[in-house]
Design a protein around this ligand. Sequence first.
Ligand code: UDX
Length: 466
Amino acid sequence: MSLLTCREEYAGLTAAVRATVNSACHLQIMTAARIVVVGTGYVGLTTGACLASLGHRVTCVDVDAGKVARLSAGRVDILEPGLSELVDRGLTSGRLTFVVGAREAVREAEGVFLCVPTPMGAGGSADLRAVEAVVAEVGDVLPAGCAVITKSTVPVGTSRRIRAMLGRVDVPVVSNPEFLREGTAVADFLGPDRIVVGSDDLEAARWVGDLYADLSAPTVVADAASAELVKYAANCFLAMKLSYVNAIAELCERLGADISLVTAGMGYDRRIGRSFLKPGPGWGGSCLPKDTSALLKIAESVDYDFQMLSSAIDENLAQRDRIVAKIARAVGGTLAGARIGVLGLAFKAGTNDLRDSPALAVSSVLCALGAELTAYDPAVGGEIAGMTVVDDPYQIAKAADAVVVLTEWNEFKRLDWSYMAELMHGDTVVDTRNLLDPRAVLDAGLSWQGIGRPLKRAPLRQGALS
Ligand code: UDX
C-alpha cells in the first residue's frame, strides 16, 4: 500500500511537479551537453533525469547492476514525486541511459557529475572514499576539457583535492552543490531558488551554470571554496533555525505561551520568514545531521570553535529527550511495559527515508526504556528491530496507553479519532508535530499534548477498552 498511499497523499504536489516537468520539457534547448552522472541515489537520479528533461544527453552510472537494470526498465525504487515520469520520458526520448561502469561511460563526456554518498565518517567528518574511488577510476580516461563536477556535499577543499588526485591541467573541477529536499526534489531541481557554481577555472564554472540556463534561476558564480561552503552554511543555518524554534517551544511550555502564535508573529517578519519555523521531535534526515557535524569538523580544522552550531546539535538531542519525557508523563511516568502506538517513522512526510529519522530515534529510546511499540507509517513497511510495524493505522491504537505522532503525514489528520479512542487503553495523544486538530482529538474524549502548546485535557472518558 505504501507508494500508492504516498502518491494519493501527495496528489496535489505531484500535479504541481508535473506542471513544472511539462514546462521544462517544452523549453527550447540552446545547447545539449553530453553528461555522465555517477551515483543514482536521490541526488544522482534526480540530477540525471532532470538534466535529460532539459535536453542534455545523460548517462547515469551505478555500481549496483540490479538497480541499473531496474532503472533501465523504468522502475524507480525511491519515492519522489515526478521522478518516475521523468525517467520514463528520458528513456523513451533516448536522452537518458543507465549503465554499470564509470570508466567506459565517461570517455565521450563533457561533464561528469559526482553524486555518490558522502556519509558521516569516523569523528564526524564527511567520508570521501566513494568520491575518491570514482576519481581514481575515471581520472586517466576523462577527455581533455571534461569538467568533473561535485554535486554531493563535500568538505571545503575537496575540489583542490580532486584536482591533485587527477593531476591533469586539462580537466577542470567544479563545485555545483544541490539544494534538493526529499519529497520535492524534482520541483526543487527544475524551479531552484538559485544555482551555485564554483571553480578556480571560472570558464568551467560558467559552462556548468549554462547547463541550467533554461531554468532562469539566479546563478552565483564563485571560487571553489566559497561554493563548497555555501551548502554547509545553508544547511547548518536551517538546523540552527529549527533548534532555535524547538528551544522557543520549550520556553512556551514553561511560560504558558503558544508556539503556533509565537511563530506566526515571528514569521511575518520578512527578515525571518515563515518556513522552517515548525517545532518537532528534532531535525534529521540524510543531510542536516551529517552536514552540521561535518561543518563543526571543518571549523575545528581551522581552529574555530563554532559554539553556535554545536549548541544547535546539543539542543537537537535535548529535544529528543524532552519528547521522550513528555511521552513518559503521558503514560503515567514510567515507560517500562507501557504500550505506545506510533504514527510515523520516516524522517519527514513525503518520503520513505529512515536515515537519521528523529521518529526512529525517539522510538528507539522508548524501546530501550522498556516500552512496547506498535508503529505505522504510510511509506514504511517491513521489520524494524524492537517494534511491531503494522499496515493499518488503527492497529497501533489497540490497547495503547498513549498514541504518539512522530511524522507529519497529512493522512493522520483524517483518522477517525473516536474509533482510535475506543481502541486505546489510555487517553493521551502526544502530537510531536503539532499536526492534528486538537478539537478532533478532544471531541473523541482524548487529551491532546502538542509541542510548545498548552495541554488540552480530555473530558472524562467512557467506553475505553481496558
Ligand atoms: C535538507 C535541506 O533542506 C536541503 O536543502 C538539502 O539539500 C538536504 O537537506 P531534507 O533532508 O530533504 O533537505 O529535509 P528538510 O525538508 O530540509 O527537513 C529537514 C528536517 O527538519 C526534517 O527532519 C524535518 O522534519 C525537520 N523540519 C523541517 C522541522 O522539524 N520543522 C520545519 O519547519 C522544517
